[in-house]
Design a protein around this ligand. Structure first.
Ligand SMILES: C[S@@+](CC[C@H](N)C(=O)[O-])C[C@H]1O[C@@H](n2cnc3c(N)ncnc32)[C@H](O)[C@@H]1O
Length: 360
């Protein structure tokens, strides 16, 4: 609900000055009645004047505070809750890496803080779609960008694919730059970005560059965009050769051996992290693979590559994994194979979250 900020703060400060507990509680009850509807609002808290300063507040949370103030056993306790409510309304408390107002942390109930992500349905709004085989669902960059970047900051995606990160970044008023080795795929991403013209399109950069993230001079690329560094990097590499993305020999999906895949991933890691501000975060989205009767833990191998470089592991998130298009039609076959072969069918992938270390 939208309130007249000056008025509500004035009322709460007045109530806080009350010396008798029952009078304080009566005033809170009166305030609650006034909040019920504009018709009953004799205090003018819901009357928003044209130039008035307003505050947008979650009604449920406001009423739960007012209830606590009213039902506290002592006047000191009631005043303690009033002070907390005043803080909640008046002050903004944000950290260095995002815009989450910690004084209002209860309002961010859609931001995941558990390490198990069960995401039911892909966000297909706007130009987002599942059309590119191997893209990730937009909720992944959405969650990560809101947790690890502030508005107007810069995000790098060295495996940009169909541009999911870039589309999401621009919607969230972040700038982004993506690198994609396959020119046709980069074109597809560009097409989507051009179609997805929102009110923010004009003001936020979402640039897609065709190139090999291992050898491209990322510093120069950023310079051309007028910046020296980025504040978040999201890596979504091919899960080695599970899906062949192109015929290009530098495409990670064309690596002949696991060692080669990890070595090339390491080059991309170093090249990309050289432009990440120190103390900032990066994420790797990766799944494992099953081949010739053996589970190949690509996620753990890749994590090891990062840890070798002394970056700080902050979380291992396990995310549910919906069937790929290929496997969807073969669900029963895979179940049969699993029963025969003594293994489990993949239903998860990882989001590995790191903070750039001193030696990055
Ligand atoms: C798993 S997909 C990323 C999908 C992306 N997150 C999306 O939502 O569309 C990996 C992408 O990395 C690209 N790629 C592979 N090797 C690369 C390299 N060396 N440099 C840049 N891009 C590469 C592939 O062409 C593919 O589009």
């Amino acid at each position: 609900m939208i309130l007249n900020k000056g008025k509500i703060l004035e009322i709460l400060t007045d109530v806080e000055g009350e010396s008798e507990h029952n009078k304080l509680c009566e005033k809170i009850t009166f305030l609650m009645q006034n909040l019920g509807s504009v018709k009953h609002d004799k205090l003018g808290i819901l009357n928003i004047t044209k130039n008035g300063d307003t505050v947008d507040i979650n009604g449920e949370i406001l009423f739960s505070y007012l209830d606590k103030i009213r039902s506290a056993r002592t006047i000191d306790r009631s005043k303690y809750y009033i002070q907390r409510l005043i803080k909640y309304i008046a002050e903004e408390k944000t950290g260095k890496i995002n815009d989450i107002n910690l004084n209002r942390w209860k309002e961010y109930d859609d931001i995941i803080t558990d390490s198990l992500w069960v995401l039911e349905r892909r966000d297909n709004s706007g130009v987002h779609s599942a059309e590119y085989w191997g893209n990730f669902i937009p909720q992944i960059p959405n969650q990560l960008l809101r947790r690890y970047t502030k508005k107007n900051e810069w995000v790098l995606d060295p495996f940009a694919g169909s541009g999911t990160t870039l589309i999401e970044a621009r919607r969230l008023q972040r700038n982004s730059v993506g690198i994609e080795i396959n020119p046709q795929v980069a074109d597809m991403a560009l097409g989507k970005l051009q179609k997805d013209r929102t009110i923010f399109s004009e003001n936020y950069c979402a640039e897609i560059i065709v190139g090999d993230s291992a050898s491209l001079n990322i510093k120069n690329m950023l310079k051309k965009l007028g910046i020296d560094s980025v504040q978040f990097v999201i890596f979504h590499p091919p899960y080695w050769d599970i899906i062949k993305f192109s015929g290009n020999k530098n495409d990670l999906s064309n690596c002949e051996t696991l060692d080669d895949f990890l070595k090339k991933f390491g080059y991309i890691l170093d090249n990309s992290l050289s432009v990440l501000d120190s103390g900032r975060y990066f994420a790797i989205v990766i799944g494992d693979k099953y081949s010739r009767g053996e589970w190949i833990p690509l996620g753990f191998y890749v994590m090891q590559e990062v840890l070798k470089r002394r970056h700080i592991l902050k979380s291992i998130i396990v995310k549910n994994f919906e069937d790929t298009r290929g496997k969807r039609n073969q669900k029963e076959l895979w179940r049969y194979r699993a029963l025969v072969g003594g293994f489990y069918v993949f239903k998860h992938e990882y989001i590995l979250l790191f903070k750039k270390g001193n030696k990055g």
